[in-house]
Design a binder for this molecule. Structure first.
Ligand code: HEM
Length: 363
């Protein structure tokens, strides 16, 4: 018996896929042209969310298995690269929906109620797997966000709250960073001296800036007092814990120091990939913030300050999520602690050697 050759359409299950645009306006016998775009764009987002979850799950498995060694780091970084490229598409394709006018949207908007993007299970899974903390979520109608989902979907999302997130696994990985306690080289006290030199230099510059009036001068100096306090907390466990309990920091002190070491010595061969990974986490976080901002601007131009079909305050709610819903802000904030290369404590030869690549072929 000859087997039927696999066709393009069968492989991609196009019949099912292309038959999945059930326009409510058509069902209602008042067809609205733009509803097709509205459905297709949401479906496209969901497909890309699926791909992001696919990449994230594989990275989480590698982190969980504790085998994020140099061999796997390259794979992690390339999966993150893929997520980042998808995110750029997610941000950019909002412009396609902006070709629909608010009046055209109004033609079918009521038919969607009470459904809303707020019920996107995959979006919630991405947030939770990244490490969004339920206590940090902006409250929505005084109800837990998962109560707006169907039972099965809600269970999935709740499970993802319990599973170790990328944030938690990354924190553990950073805490294991070698070279933090190095015999013969007290890195942190050398670094502290360099920081003090840098801060002194910055303060001198502020004081000698003739453009500043008295108020600006005093405010800038105050700002530096607070920067100085956060530097002090970096090396003082009880002060650091206080910052954490006040919600100013999430990442542990040990992980922060590990990440800082990576960022400072990024040029050393062994630290180049970890540095790329930390940069990618900042990118991923900030691209979601960009998406949230683009989406809220879209919402503003479509419905102004009306409430959402899901019942939230609409634009006001979305604006708050764009400001608050970020996961890796502590990594971006490491820039506060970065010192110029010229002030970087020189690493002892032995450590520099350990941080280099070694030719092991054939041993
Ligand atoms: C005309 C276009 C759109 C309008 C007017 C709109 C409106 C809204 C509003 C008002 C909310 C807040 C919840 C509510 O009260 O319903 C929301 C949430 C959301 N929307 Fe949209 N949206 C649009 C397009 C999209 C698209 C294309 C996506 C892509 C997946 C999307 C995904 C989401 C998500 C994930 C949320 C939850 C955000 C969060 O809670 O942080 N929306 N949308």
């Amino acid at each position: 018996m000859t087997q039927k050759k696999l066709s393009y359409g069968e492989y991609l299950q196009l019949e099912q896929l292309l038959d999945s645009q059930g326009l409510k306006s058509v069902e209602n016998q008042t067809p609205v042209h733009d509803e097709m775009l509205f459905i297709i764009i949401h479906q496209t987002y969901e497909l890309w969310f699926k791909q992001i979850l696919h990449e994230m799950d594989s990275v989480l498995t590698m982190f969980k298995g504790n085998y994020v060694q140099e061999e796997n780091l390259g794979t992690v970084v390339s999966r993150f690269d893929r997520i980042i490229e998808i995110q750029k598409v997610l941000v950019n394709q909002i412009t396609i929906l902006e070709t629909m006018t608010p009046m055209d949207f109004l033609e079918f908007r009521d038919l969607l109620t009470p459904s809303s993007g707020f019920q996107s299970t995959q979006f919630r899974l991405i947030e939770n797997k990244l490490g969004m903390h339920v206590d940090e979520r902006i409250q929505y109608g005084k109800q837990r966000y998962n109560t707006f989902l169907e039972n099965e979907e809600s269970a999935k999302v709740l499970k993802s709250e319990e599973d170790p997130s990328l944030f938690e696994l990354l924190e553990k990985w950073l805490e294991r960073t070698p070279f933090l306690q190095m015999e013969e080289f007290d890195f942190w006290s050398s670094y502290q001296k360099s920081v003090e030199t840098m801060i002194k230099g910055d303060i001198e510059q502020i004081k000698s800036n003739t453009q500043f009036d008295e108020d600006t001068l005093q405010n800038s100096l105050k700002q530096y007092e607070s920067i100085q306090r956060t530097y002090d907390a970096l090396f003082d466990e009880s002060k650091y814990i206080k910052l954490q309990s006040e919600g100013h920091r999430r990442l542990s002190q040990k992980a922060t120091l590990g990440a800082l070491f990576i960022q400072l010595y990024r040029d050393e061969p062994i630290l180049q990939l970890p540095h790329r990974l930390l940069t990618q986490l900042i990118n991923i976080d900030q691209l979601f913030t960009s998406w949230r901002n683009r989406h809220r601007l879209l919402v503003f131009r479509m419905i102004g300050v009306k409430i959402g079909t899901g019942g939230s305050t609409g634009h006001a709610y979305l604006k708050k999520t764009a400001e608050k819903h970020s996961v890796f802000r502590d990594i971006a904030n490491l820039s506060t602690y970065i010192i110029p290369r010229s002030l970087l404590p020189e690493l002892p030869k032995k450590i520099k050697h350990q941080l280099g690549f070694h030719f092991t072929y054939g041993k």
